[in-house]
Design a protein around this ligand. Structure first.
Ligand SMILES: [Zn+2]
Length: 375
């Protein structure tokens, strides 16, 4: 099965050059759900490109009758971020022009939706698939108004244009998968949303973080929040509904790297998800590679550690370590500039129990800079 491939111009540079994204679309013989995958929204987080590369190969070897529905894939979805450099290093997390995080710019229908409770009331006894269709059309109609604004003579900031391109590809999807990694050194895990714990396990990863506290306007949030909000409205009216809409952000290993183990986990996990969701059929499930029990954390209980002084960090823990409250996490070598020998090493201990899931790559820190995190 060969994909339909389209180049979409997204940005003309001052030099006149044009930046584009490439969209790969696989259409099955049978109609079904639409899955949207993208990678590299943050410039340093390149691992998802290798995952998509592997998936393109896998999907190309399927026959059209093995796919129910459609799968859309966009690698290197943020060319400006991917190409950003400072010496050897990619950062690419923030738009250098306006300082905005590339993953905090997306349009969220929930913020504009008028009278969601009224909508739920009016559809209280309507069958769930019909509600999904009507609600999706509502979201899309509102989204289309953004296009009108982009065409006005006054123009619009780059982030408004950019988000419109990406969201126009995914708003009608049923399932969305955004592939990231830490900018530092990190474990392989995913972010999931309320009521989707069981489905999170289909990705066969060892760790999952429930987004019970939102950062705001992230790509996954912007997609799923309107649906969660409507579920809550129905719940208030006494009807329990779970829309067949899912958004996942996979965090796979380190920044600026494509660790083979992380790439493999990403590919196998997504294959497992697509097969178990019934999109792909007639192929064996990939071998299970995760621990028997997925460790579930939540964003409200994450603990990030910031250095109390400036200095050089000597970590005393590794990624994946379980730490107990009071256990030493790192030592800090700090020079005091007071014409004295430096003090004995400063020791920083764990504030609460947890597992180390992220470690700064840069071991030189100014006071208040990030060192590590536990969940
Ligand atoms: Zn990211």
């Amino acid at each position: 099965m060969q994909p339909n491939i389209t180049s979409i111009p997204i940005l003309q540079l001052a030099s006149g050059d044009l930046l584009s994204i490439e969209l790969y679309r696989f259409f099955g013989k049978q109609s079904g759900a639409k899955v949207y995958l993208q990678a590299n929204l943050h410039g340093a987080e390149i691992v998802g490109n290798a995952v998509i590369y592997g998936l393109l190969d896998w999907l190309s070897h399927l026959k059209p009758d093995q796919l129910n529905g459609e799968i859309w894939l966009v690698p290197v979805c943020n060319p400006l971020g991917t190409n950003q450099r400072s010496h050897y290093f990619s950062s690419g997390r923030f738009n250098p022009y306006d300082g905005k995080d590339w993953n905090r710019i997306f349009w969220d229908y929930e913020k504009e939706a008028e009278d969601l409770l009224g909508f739920a009331q009016a559809h209280l006894n309507v069958e769930i698939n019909t509600i999904q269709d009507i609600y999706r059309k509502r979201i899309q109609a509102q989204f289309e108004k953004l296009a009108d604004k982009l065409r006005l003579p006054a123009g619009a900031p780059l982030s408004d244009h950019y988000r419109f391109h990406l969201q126009s590809l995914c708003l009608d999807a049923d399932y969305l998968i955004d592939l990231h990694s830490t900018s530092n050194q990190g474990l392989d895990y995913l972010y999931y949303f309320a009521g989707r714990e069981e489905r999170a396990k289909l990705f066969d990863l060892d760790y999952g973080i429930l987004l019970d506290r939102y950062d705001g306007d992230a790509f996954d949030e912007a997609f799923i929040k309107p649906w969660l909000a409507l579920e809550q409205c129905f719940a208030k009216l006494g009807r329990t509904l779970r829309f067949d809409r899912e958004a996942w952000t996979l965090e796979l290993g380190n920044g600026m790297q494509m660790k083979p183990a992380s790439v493999k986990k990403g590919i196998l996990g997504i294959q497992n998800y697509l097969i178990q969701k019934g999109l792909v059929q007639g192929v064996a499930l990939p071998p299970a590679i995760s621990k028997p029990q997925m460790y579930l954390a939540s964003t409200s209980k994450l603990q990030k550690y910031y250095s109390p002084f400036g200095g050089m960090v000597c970590p005393q823990v590794s990624l994946g370590d379980s730490v107990q409250q009071g256990q030493m996490l790192y030592q800090l070598l700090s020079f005091n500039k007071q014409s004295l020998l430096p003090p004995t090493q400063i020791e920083v201990v764990a504030q609460q129990n947890g597992i180390v899931y992220d470690l700064s790559s840069n071991q030189a820190v100014n006071m208040g800079e990030y060192v590590l995190a536990t969940f």
